[in-house]
Design a protein around this ligand. Structure first.
Ligand SMILES: Nc1ncnc2c1ncn2[C@@H]1O[C@H](COP(=O)(O)OP(=O)(O)OP(=O)(O)O)[C@@H](O)[C@H]1O
Ligand SMILES: Cc1ncc(COP(=O)(O)O)c(N)n1
Length: 480
């Protein structure tokens, strides 16, 4: 995984016999992220995907006996705390924490997704908050810890998180999963403000039992390996997204089923489908850009179209060079040939089309164009990362091309442009580019897979800005 020795991660939490939340989820999430999982059980619950029918807390003395058995013998690299059931258990955990030195991720579990209580008295958690490195409350738990009404918006949640972080000298992971909206934002917040924010699209599934447990365990594990909370959160959130994305592949119970903790190892989900889902929000933004809606209905000002085309011509020239670099780095002859052909087709085909609309050599690259090509260049440290960065330019154009083509007609002012990206030839090239990236992903280790995903996401973000640039401040540079 991270390359270093396997880290020992301790979960102090309740048991969920249905395996989706509590220590069962924690142990799976720890293992899936490369850690060695241990657990001290604080309570037994009788629960399934529909709800909790009974809770039996473990006595404080026995909780302490379990904790001491571990710390007397095993190096603990990080601790995740979940359900604590009552004040007696909290006292036992708190006293023991004074004897160990390890980062603590505290998930202040109070009420299950099903609405059932998992902590007798919320106030008793206060004594533990100062000891946490990161507290990971959902919106209701955040409000409850502050004795305030629940945040109704994301900015309000961030404000509350900052307040809690300042009060306890810890970090707070604010989680927006309970807000309405297409995105699920999470932010790592200190007493000074937001350190980092990561969002993903809200996945359409009812199988989200144990997401909080899973995220906090993955976070503790990835922090133990990297020593960096922001980096650990980015990876933990991406891991959880894949696990939720593959949750419907499992068939566990009829209520809120568990997430698929080992999706990375056993899932049928195509990683390319998952990437495509992750840029759903960006794809929607492109569709809604005025530049695109006007391009479709033919009302786009010629000056805007020409500005875009001139920038695209500059971009494509550099893009063709990047494709040639991919060809040079390719692991086999087929891939080498594909990327070299693609470079040549751009120089012969697409750039030709641009020249038919444009006066020769008039434009300077804009800041937006330069940012995008610099990102491509910066992704050239490996073949896999480079082709992941290359892919959105194919895939997004193929996708938009289809919708624009249906708006095309004989008298459309941009007829020829609309035809290009909806051709069968372009479809075939896009499919091959996707399958090349998929192949490279299969060969890659976890770290490289994550860098590929990030390179793909960044290029997709650059695509949105690129389409929008005729409408923005046109900052240009005289030389490339
Ligand atoms: N439908 C979804 N699609 C994508 N991500 C989701 C979805 N539901 C929850 N998440 C993510 O799961 C994590 C846990 O979020 P949530 O705010 O639900 O916390 P929680 O209430 O503590 O979890 P739990 O449901 O286990 O109690 C967050 O990162 C959130 O963004
Ligand atoms: C033992 C235990 N710990 C935590 C949760 C919270 O998880 P969720 O909110 O997803 O039900 C749970 N249901 N059971």
């Amino acid at each position: 995984m991270g390359g270093g020795p396997v880290k020992n991660i301790l979960s102090i939490a309740g048991s969920d016999p249905s395996g989706g939340a509590g220590i069962q989820a924690d142990l799976k999430a720890i293992a899936a992220n490369g850690g060695y999982g241990m657990c001290v059980i604080t309570a037994l619950t009788a629960q399934n995907t529909q709800g909790v029918s009974a809770v039996q807390a473990i006595g404080g003395e026995f909780v302490l006996a379990q904790l001491e058995a571990i710390s007397a013998d095993v190096q603990i690299d990080a601790i995740k705390i979940g359900m604590l059931a009552n004040a007696e258990v909290i006292r036992a955990v708190n006293g023991w924490l004074d004897t160990v030195d390890a980062p603590v991720v505290l998930d202040p579990v109070m009420v299950a997704t099903s609405g059932d209580r998992l902590l007798e008295d919320e106030a008793v958690l206060d004594s533990l908050l100062d000891r946490a490195s990161v507290i990971t409350p959902n919106l209701l738990e955040l409000a409850s810890l502050l004795r305030e009404p629940a945040a109704a918006s994301w900015p309000q949640a961030l404000e509350q998180a900052q307040c809690l972080a300042a009060k306890h000298g810890s970090l707070v992971l604010a989680k927006g999963g309970h807000l309405a909206g297409e995105l699920c934002p999470d932010a790592l917040v200190s007493g000074e403000g937001v350190l980092a924010e990561f969002s993903n699209p809200r996945l359409d599934t009812k199988n989200t039992h144990g997401t909080g447990c899973t995220l906090s365990s993955a976070l503790a594990t990835l922090f133990a390996a990297s020593g960096d909370w922001v980096c650990a959160l980015e990876k933990a959130k991406a891991y959880l997204f894949r696990a939720i994305g593959a949750a419907d592949e499992l068939n566990v119970g009829s209520g809120h089923g568990p997430v698929n903790h080992f999706a990375d190892f056993f899932s049928d989900t195509d990683p390319m489908d998952s990437w495509w889902q992750q840029i759903q929000g960006l794809r929607d933004s492109i569709d809604n850009l005025e530049f695109i809606t006007q391009l479709a209905d033919g009302t786009l000002a010629e000056t805007d179209f020409e500005y875009y085309l001139a920038q695209d011509a500059l971009y494509l020239q550099r893009y063709a060079q990047v494709l040639s670099e991919a060809s040079a780095l390719a692991p086999d002859l087929e891939a080498q040939r594909f990327w070299a052909n693609s470079a040549s087709e751009i120089l012969e085909g697409e750039l030709q089309l641009h020249r038919s609309y444009l006066a020769e050599g008039t434009a300077n690259p804009s800041a937006i164009t330069l940012n995008y090509v610099n990102h491509l260049a910066a992704s050239a440290s490996s073949y896999a990362e480079l082709i992941a960065a290359i892919l959105p330019c194919y895939w997004l154009y193929q996708d938009i091309g289809k919708r624009l083509a249906s708006a095309n007609h004989q008298a459309h002012p941009y007829k020829q442009w609309l035809v290009t990206y909806a051709s069968e030839e372009f479809d075939r090239a896009t499919e091959r580019a996707i399958s090349m990236v998929r192949e490279a992903w299969k060969q890659a280790d976890d770290g490289l897979r994550e860098r590929m995903r990030v390179a793909f996401m960044r290029s997709s973000e650059h695509e949105v800005a690129f389409f929008d640039q005729a409408r923005q401040n046109r900052v240009e540079f005289p030389t490339v």
